[in-house]
Design a protein around this ligand. Sequence first.
Ligand code: MSP
Length: 507
Amino acid sequence: MKKFYLTTPIYYVNDEPHIGHTYTTVIADVISRYYKLLGYSAFFLTGTDEHGAKIFEVAKKNNLEPKKYCDKIVEKFKSAWKLLNIEYTNFIRTTDEYHEKTVQFVLEKIHNNGDIYKSNYEGLYCIQCEKFIQEDELVDGVCPDHNVKPVLYKEENYFFKLSKYKNAIFEKIKNNEIEILPETRKNEVLGKLQAGLEDISISRKTLKWGIPLPFDSEQTIYVWIDALINYLSGIDYFKFSNLGFNNKEFWPCDLHLIGKDILWFHSVIWPALLLSLNIPLPKKILAHGFFTIDGKKMSKTLGNVIKPAQLVEQFGVDATRILIVSMFPIGVDGNFSLSEMKDKYNKDLADNFGNLVSRTFGMLNKYFCNKLKTLLPSQILRQEILNCVKNYKTYFEKFELHRVTEVILELTSFANRYVQEKTPWILAKENKIDKLSQVLSDLLYIIKTSSILFFPFMTNISLKILSCFNEDEKDLNENFQTLLRQGQIYIKAEEFSQPEILFKKIQ
Ligand code: MSP
């Protein structure tokens, strides 16, 4: 069986999940469901990043022990993912024992390889970014991403020989052994690498909220090193738990999904650690853009943070999922506007797809009392479906999810135009039953096809529609694979049930 291992970043638990986290997680879920439908054994890892100065401080502000504080926020992440129908394989917490053991084991190995040494470090550190920041990156003395003043760190730390791996990583990114998507981001990383690569500090002496270094318990491991290793511990690569995952079988990672802000860690530091460990490198890294809310940066101070539950309340789970991944292309920066989301919901889901389903089933009820021996689809329709499926596959494999949704919606728009052209109500009036059966068969055919194709995005709605064809999730894999291979599906049902209203129009 072919495997597909994909990951989201593990999220800092300094706050509840917002739509930034939701965006990455829904994209991952959609891709994971696609590969599962294709028959892959997909491993989808997500989780939380719980150590470091940032979490320590926020826990203190909340008058809680760090672990207690993390437990509280972790539940919020888990319930948000449940609400959004996210089907992860494992949820890793960096405070899990098997993760901590993995991290220590890995650091011991790298140390034994001679890639770690002790030295003094002095530099500015942004606690909110959890990274060192150069003087020339500051704007008016503050970190431009967080608007906070960095603190001066002066400590004796352990260092990882990152510079040693500069050429190897440059080559591997250049020749796509590690494929960075979109291409513009790849060039950014190559350019930055060319400018130079220094060793990095990987431990903290004064911060106690972290995993102790195995070879010097006076120091804790830098939160980013701890976090990156989750991609190994999450599948229990070194077998420190009894979770029973297939461990190494899933490695190398097929896709790390991240935001553009953390690309350097994933495309340079992470591969360097893996090279030192002599473990194969991840295949692809997809860096999505950052989005603003109504043109402004999302922040607590501005009071424009959108929580996933707010969207679900307005649009429902399935519509939220599809809207969030299709508002703009994954790789670019975009703007989220609730009113644009509402327009898109009305246009694509209520007026286009939803309308097609309700008018078709309405006619099926009115003219055939829900009973119809469907005919094979007309030639013109078969061609439309073939085109749609071909594009669907191409775009999915490039992770261009907004285009994937566009091609399905083009098919359903085609079907809506088809209704107007064929005027089935006139056929019914003139008693042209054969022609009417053909039109309705064609429409049912498109509805079933599009429902199957929509499944990775709108699992509940797809299943609801398929149940009107007397089908359930069991039939889905086979249907999906035949559709993607041959551009065909079959309608076995001769009696149908009526769907409920799927997308109520929002005023
Ligand atoms: N803990 C680290 C990741 C460690 S992975 C080994 C981290 N966490 S985070 O919670 O701050 O961010 C997680 C992800 O959310 C990042 O990929 C980031 O890009 C994404 N987003 C946070 N705010 C966002 C937007 N406003 N827009 C899009 N994505 C954003 O970084």
